[in-house]
Design a protein around this ligand. Structure first.
Ligand SMILES: C[S@@+](CC[C@H](N)C(=O)[O-])C[C@H]1O[C@@H](n2cnc3c(N)ncnc32)[C@H](O)[C@@H]1O
Length: 253
């Protein structure tokens, strides 16, 4: 499977984040899960897999308000500059030094009380290997949260249509690729659908920002007419208005 280099699409990713309620919806749902599973003074070793530059992690930890003396953070992110920024952003939420890794191979086994992979697991080399490795990273009784869109998500359907039109397979993974492995390896797996909206003025420039975020380096190989037809379906009164949802898979080992 191909990687997706977020250092090359920073502005387009920012546009997506600013045009969508996805982060707010994810954060609200994650906070409910965290509060249901941990009290403020529980000792928690937290693993954030694919944290990017740490904006989401920072906002989540800030709103969670967990006791810093009881929190240790490990961050995994392949873009080294973003990993460094994320560690700076998260520093004040933990009394201990923030641990950082660029690869999943560097994380510990059986060690983490809480694991979050917030929209990062699309882009790994092998979904099965990563699902097994992430569950093995949790300590017995630990909680994992995998936020990822599935085949019912409009953007995933754009991937499917866009790549298929050029005779290519989607080079990234979706929720369905993880669910069966998690069901095999975990004590429990719960699925929650989290709705969100993407809304922006329907201009050629803004459409291209969304497409660059979605397809990254693959975009020049794809048929723009087909992709624009997909966006025509969600264009109304001068706005692109996408109502869709992603999945939160909450698992315990
Ligand atoms: C959509 S962003 C999500 C960032 C952050 N979790 C958030 O919610 O804002 C996807 C992130 O996954 C990271 N990523 C890509 N390939 C990865 C891999 N193989 N392992 C871990 N993270 C990866 C990207 O670099 C990027 O930071």
């Amino acid at each position: 499977m191909a990687a997706k280099d977020f250092s090359r699409i920073e502005d387009d990713y920012l546009f997506f984040m600013q045009s969508s309620t996805e982060a707010e919806a994810d954060r609200t749902a994650h906070l409910a899960t965290l509060r249901a599973n941990f009290t403020a003074n529980d000792s928690v070793h937290y693993l954030d897999f694919g944290c990017g530059a740490g904006h989401f992690t920072e906002s989540l930890l800030s709103q969670w308000g967990h006791e810093p003396a009881a929190l240790t953070c490990t961050l995994v992110e392949p873009v080294a500059r973003h990993l460094h920024e994320a560690a700076e952003r998260v520093r004040d939420f933990s009394h201990q030094e923030v641990l950082t890794c660029t690869e999943i191979d560097d994380i510990a086994f059986g060690s983490y009380d809480l694991l979050l992979a917030n929209h990062s697991c699309y882009y790994v080399e092998c979904a099965t290997t990563v699902a097994r490795r992430l569950t093995a990273a949790l300590r017995p009784g630990g909680t994992g949260i995998l936020a990822i869109a599935g085949n019912d998500n409009f953007l995933i359907q754009m991937w499917q249509t866009g790549f298929a039109a050029c005779g290519m397979s989607v080079p990234w993974w979706v929720a369905e690729d993880y669910r069966s492995v998690l069901n095999e390896t975990c004590v429990s797996v719960q699925r929650r659908d989290v709705p969100y909206q993407i809304l922006f003025s329907d201009t050629a420039e803004q459409r291209m920002k969304l497409l660059r975020f979605l397809f990254a380096d693959h975009l020049p190989q794809l048929d723009l007419t087909i992709l624009m037809q997909q966006l025509d379906r969600v264009s109304n009164n001068g706005m692109v208005d996408i109502r869709t949802s992603s999945q939160h898979l909450v698992f315990r080992v």
